[in-house]
Design a binder for this molecule. Sequence first.
Ligand code: SF4
Ligand code: SF4
Length: 369
Amino acid sequence: MHNAGPKVIAWEMTRRCALRCQHCRGSARDEMYEGELSTEECRKLIDGIAAYVKPVLILTGGEPMTRPDIYELARYASDKGMRVVMAPCGHLITPETAGKLKAAGVQCISISLDGATEASHDAFRGVPGAHARTMEGLQYAIDAGIAFQINTTVTSLNVDELPAILARAIELGAIMFDMFFLVPTGRGEALRGLEISPEQYERTLLWAHEMAQTAPIRVKTTCAPHFARVIRQAPTAPDAPPTPAACHAPPTGATGHPHGHGGGRPASTGCMAGQGFVFISHRGVLQPCGFLDTASGSLRALDFDFRRAYEESAVFRDLRAHERYEGKCGVCEFVHVCGGCRARAYELTGNYLAEEPQCTYVPRREGSA
Ligand code: SF4
Ligand code: SF4
């Protein structure tokens, strides 16, 4: 159980974004949001983190590149010793901005591909031409020498396209392919019917495990915490190649996180919410993850004392206490490596300690009860 300070922090620098992706966690719109942190506050926030830990810092949104101060803030965090990475949509990457990202110390970006074809990607992203513009931006980033990973939000619409998307990621030169399993919150709530079934989860996770052993790039899953259980139950390929380099890996140890950055093979970490991973909202409020909207300390109110906010959060303490988990997760022998998705539990029941609804496993203690 992790309580030594976060290794990965995802920072929603703004909610502003021109796209209208169906699954958007933040239900982002193309307008200024009230209460976003000023440049000065952002610097204080970075100072507060740096005084405590030197994590992987994921600059995300919304579209982080809509902030005019993005380059100076990335530089500021890099100079404080953090590994700065970014999750842009790609549409604002030009030869000029790609060069500025590189100069600001951004070490890697994640680009989302949600379909194997232009049509399926655009349908999901909600903007015609989104695929073409994303690919154009990605090419500028590649030309500037910025490493990248490909992220895919897994739904019933594209689950059969995953092998083709992985092949595309390899062809493009990505260093990692990360499958995000849909968490129906934010705009994604409307997509509840597009979640794959628990049985499809099992099959997809087994395929992901096989690919993680054999693909020439790193393959991992995000927000399917029971992957940690599935790979422990599955036979492991005896001649698996060494772990390929990860894009947004934390400086030490193997971890994963809900924005697709991190982890060492076998990419087996479960839910990271509040356990080595932290999400910071556009207003400077801590959350265990971007999908678990339980305010866990306002950095503004604490004068950006990040350590205090992280260590004193009652929600984070709850999440670290696996013995408090309920339902079958509470009696599961895999709870310490998996934990179940706390956001899905919360969305369904209003209780973030309830059992994960998308897991087919029957724990031994529950089965014998
Ligand atoms: S609660 Fe855990 S598994 Fe669920 S979305 Fe958040 S980090 Fe992912
Ligand atoms: S029952 Fe809960 S803790 Fe156990 S494998 Fe399933 S999701 Fe994970």
